[in-house]
Design a protein around this ligand. Structure first.
Ligand SMILES: [Zn+2]
Length: 423
């Protein structure tokens, strides 16, 4: 028994998808997931009977979620239809890749999925990449950038890139990098990349997440608990009774494209077929990348703030202009940091917070004004990240006392020292 808030959560959907793992081929898994999804919709109960959000049960919130729940139950045919459309694209891809792309494009147009553009101000933080230890120079940031074009044969098919297609995958925290690479810092070299806001502010990054969950579990409780009333039928609010079909369809596209890989599956990485086509279409639509919440389990992390963005993956596409072995323009769009041997990993969270305080005073006093926007926005976003994570624990240890957290602080200190030099 669950309510709409539980049902839409990343955790619940992830587990629901994993329940179909025994089917062994992706199409059967998807069919099973569709059936499970619809059965769960039919069994949904009002939030006040669920118990998951006991602290936030304003009567307006109950009304809103009840209306939303009944619409979901009425829209069962739409839900089935979106699943079937996506399964049809998957089947078509096996015989005609171009036709599959056209079919997926039509779905994107139908539900205006291309409107999901991430707010650049939010993206502008510090991103990390990890590379397994090996016989290369970890102090050379190029070694931590994308696979060189001359070695594209080493680029395996991942969720948002095809085989032989070098692509940049970042994590929004070092923990996210460890999770994605299914290993720990002991086996990794790390590079940090801080996107330069003045280069990225007018670029499109696709914002791939379950907006239904984010609205119901994060935004609405905050709005209602502040005594504000909003109506489910108010079409000026997103989500509402008129946008529900589009919002539902988008959330299903999101769930299907972030289907976890079945470790006992047939090894064909069929889970990546649909997101691969999607990223192809997004490139055509002039998106430069995609951000999406990790599909990995973060069960060992507790007490992070519910708004924390520690588990975000960012994919940035690179262009082979045949002039260089790596995308130099893309590399130059970041402030980059590799290790240089000076690291002590001894910064505490307090040290970094103090550095930020000093920096903030200098920002305010500086006569450079708008010329420091890049640095100001990035500092504010990193500060938010630290605040959201400061009470979290990983395997029982405070995150910023763990080697993962300490490494993050070390790279943040490098960025702040650079900011201090230009302010
Ligand atoms: Zn619930």
């Amino acid at each position: 028994m669950g309510c709409v808030a539980c049902f839409q959560s990343y955790k619940f959907q992830n587990e629901l998808k994993r329940k179909s793992f025994s089917c062994h081929d992706f199409l059967s898994e998807l069919e099973q997931y569709k059936q499970n999804y619809m059965n769960e919709v039919l069994a949904l109960v009002p939030v006040n009977l669920c118990g998951c959000m006991a602290g936030t049960l304003d009567s307006g919130f109950i009304d809103w979620t009840n209306s939303f729940m009944s619409d979901m139950k009425i829209d069962l045919q739409l839900i089935e239809g979106v699943f079937d459309q996506l399964m049809s694209v998957f089947k078509t891809e096996r015989i005609d890749a171009n036709a599959a792309k056209d079919d997926f494009k039509a779905i994107i147009k139908q539900y205006e999925v291309d409107l999901l553009v991430a707010p650049q101000v939010m993206c502008n933080s510090i991103w990390y990449r990890g590379r397994p230890l090996g016989s290369y120079n970890p102090q050379d940031i190029k070694e931590l950038f994308h696979i060189p074009f001359s070695k594209r044969g080493f680029a395996s098919c991942l969720r948002f890139n095809k085989q032989n297609e070098p692509t940049l995958y970042f994590g929004s925290s070092i923990l996210a990098v460890e999770k994605e690479l299914s290993t720990t810092l002991v086996d990794l070299n790390i590079g940090a990349f801080a996107p330069i806001y003045s280069i990225y502010y007018n670029k499109k990054i696709f914002d791939f997440r379950n907006i239904l969950f984010e609205t119901i579990q994060k935004s609405l409780p905050a709005i209602f608990s502040d005594g504000m009333k909003i109506s489910y039928s108010d079409k000026h609010m997103s989500i509402n009774s008129q946008s529900i079909k589009t919002d539902l369809a988008r959330s299903i596209i999101y769930e299907v494209c972030t289907f976890p890989v079945d470790p006992n599956g047939n090894g064909a990485k069929e889970e990546y077929t649909l997101p691969n086509i999607l990223s192809d279409i997004l490139r055509d639509l002039k998106f430069i990348g995609i951000q999406f919440p990790s599909t990995k389990s973060y069960i060992d992390l507790v007490d992070e703030h519910e708004f924390s963005r520690h588990n975000i993956n960012v994919v940035i596409f690179v262009e082979d202009n045949k002039m260089s072995d790596i995308d130099i323009d893309r590399l130059n769009s970041f402030r980059t940091y590799a290790v240089n041997g000076s690291e002590t990993y001894s910064y505490t969270l307090k040290d970094i917070e103090d550095m930020m305080d000093v920096l903030r005073t200098k920002f305010i006093a500086s006569s450079k004004g708008r010329a420091l926007n890049d640095e100001k926005i990035q500092t504010a976003n990193i500060k938010l990240h630290l605040e959201y994570m400061k009470h979290s624990k990983i395997n029982g240890v405070d995150y910023y006392d763990s080697i993962t957290g300490k490494t993050e602080l070390e790279f943040i200190s490098k960025l702040l020292i650079d900011f201090d030099a230009v302010v």
